[in-house]
Design a protein around this ligand. Structure first.
Ligand SMILES: Nc1ncnc2c1ncn2[C@@H]1O[C@H](COP(=O)(O)OP(=O)(O)OP(=O)(O)O)[C@@H](O)[C@H]1O
Length: 457
């Protein structure tokens, strides 16, 4: 590794340790204790390491200023705490990494390596301002998410947040809003689930008096309420297809009509949408691809809780403290065995399920240590095909492949599955759609397609 690193930190022991470490890897190290000293050395550096708190100065403020002057050298921020808000702010201003103190040698070497590999035009810079910690996460996966949220906060593009139910999509949308230039404007949320087209249109665009039965007064829609701020559209995958075209039109020119009104209106809103479904799957074509690409200008995927076990202890601790506060309890934490129990659980309901589990246990225990959680086991594993069944399915697939009619085989399986699911749920399409994890529109379209194919055969 080759390069010259400028360490901006007023803690001499930190500078000493970093210098020894980096020099042992063949790097050249410059140091500055103040931003004024740093100014003279900036041009010589290939990468910066900046302490977030310099004496009477802010490392992030320095970085913000540098970025505003188009100084693009990659930077790593050192911070006593890697709170998500720090990481978001840092990422927003283009920092490569935020590293927690005490510094982990390997993590620092990796970060420097990455920073040196960055071309200047790839870097945006980073900065930290306030500390809010209502959204937690220190796993590598969540760090990546926070960085993306920071990128989203630094511009005004539409964002599509995907992830299973309860992973924190709404709370992430709020975080983007809070760190964006629209922070002084409103954050307005609308859940699109189970809304027929007319109701959705009235909710989103507003309506005139008499626009429909029961509309005695004119009403402002969510889009107008969110003007100057952010509109969060939750469960966007459930938006009726007919309405998707209207939303697309709004996204294209920011103009809309209140229901029953012929006067076009304008509203300046940023859209953050969320879904727990795959919108662009082969199976499910009920979502318009042009709308998808409009919404997913910045796609953010939040991983399920079971894939980020490192986050469990801090989240559990946070919810225990929240339970203490909200219910006036005196709990001290959870036992190692409760923690192990949480680690072994699948968390299909993700952070929401964890929060409810902790609150339930807290309400029961009231004080001391929570020894065990009462977990609701999901039966997904139980319903998974066992090895023998799987072998039979594999054999059938192989036969279909050899006969060159895998498409027909899949069609038959799908038709059979839909038929049995409808039978099982006594013809209730909402239940079948729920069981499949798709919207009623998708199910309807799929049933129609299988029917057409069967008729054509
Ligand atoms: N990283 C986190 N730190 C702290 N709390 C969290 C975190 N993620 C989620 N939560 C909490 O879990 C609950 C669910 O979060 P949220 O509503 O944002 O999830 P969601 O993905 O939007 O869910 P859904 O898909 O069901 O709408 C909320 O109470 C939220 O505060």
């Amino acid at each position: 590794m080759q390069g010259r690193i400028l360490v901006i930190d007023d803690h001499r022991e930190v500078v000493y340790a970093v210098r020894r470490l980096l020099e042992s890897r063949g790097l050249e190290v410059l140091s500055a204790a103040t931003t004024q000293q740093a100014q003279a050395l900036l041009d010589q550096a290939d990468a910066l390491i900046i302490d977030i708190r310099l004496e009477q100065e802010s490392g992030l403020e320095l970085l913000r200023q540098l970025r505003s002057e188009a100084y693009e050298t990659p930077a790593i921020i050192l911070s006593a705490h890697t709170f998500p808000d720090n990481v978001v702010e840092a990422s927003k201003h283009g920092a490569q990494q935020v590293l927690a103190k005490p510094i982990d040698a390997e993590a620092l070497i990796n970060a420097v390596h990455e920073a040196l590999a960055q071309t200047p035009q790839d870097t945006d810079g980073l900065a930290i301002d306030h500390f809010g910690n209502d959204i937690l996460g220190s796993s590598a996966a969540m760090m990546e998410v926070f960085k993306l949220l920071g990128v989203a906060a630094s511009n005004d593009l539409n964002v599509l947040i995907t992830g299973e139910t309860g992973v924190g999509k709404e709370i992430s949308a709020e975080l983007i809003h809070r760190h964006s230039a629209r922070v002084q404007g409103p954050f307005v949320a609308l859940n699109c689930t189970a809304m027929p087209e007319n109701l959705l249109e009235a909710e989103l665009f507003g309506h005139t008096a008499g626009a429909f039965t029961g509309a005695t007064k004119a009403s402002t829609g969510k889009i107008e309420s969110a003007a100057g701020g952010t509109l969060f559209l939750d469960e966007i995958g459930d938006m009726p297809q007919a309405f998707q075209a209207k939303l697309l039109r709004f996204l294209e020119d920011k103009s809309f009509y209140r229901l029953g009104d012929s006067t076009p209106r304008q509203a300046d809103v940023r859209i953050i949408a969320a879904t727990n479904r795959e919108l662009m799957s082969n199976w499910d074509n009920s979502f318009r691809s042009d709308l998808y690409f409009r919404l997913a200008q910045i796609p953010v995927e939040i991983p399920p809780l079971r894939d980020r076990q490192d986050d469990l202890p801090a989240l559990i601790d946070f919810f225990v403290q929240s339970a203490n506060q909200e219910m006036g309890l005196e709990l001290q934490g959870v036992s190692d065995s409760a923690l192990a129990q949480a680690g072994a659980h699948n968390w299909p309901g993700n952070v929401r399920e964890l929060k409810n589990t902790v609150f339930r246990a807290a309400a029961k225990k009231q004080r001391g240590i929570i020894e065990r959680f009462e977990l609701i086991e999901s039966n997904t594993d139980a319903s998974a095909p066992d090895a023998e069944q799987r072998q039979t399915i594999d054999q059938q697939i192989d036969q279909a492949l050899q006969a060159g009619d895998l498409g027909q085989f899949l069609h038959d399986v799908e038709q059979r599955a839909l038929h049995r699911a409808l039978h099982f749920h006594s013809g209730n399409k909402s239940r079948v759609a729920e069981a499949l994890g798709v919207s009623r529109n998708t199910l309807r379209a799929r049933l129609q397609q299988t029917l057409e194919r069967s008729e054509a055969e």
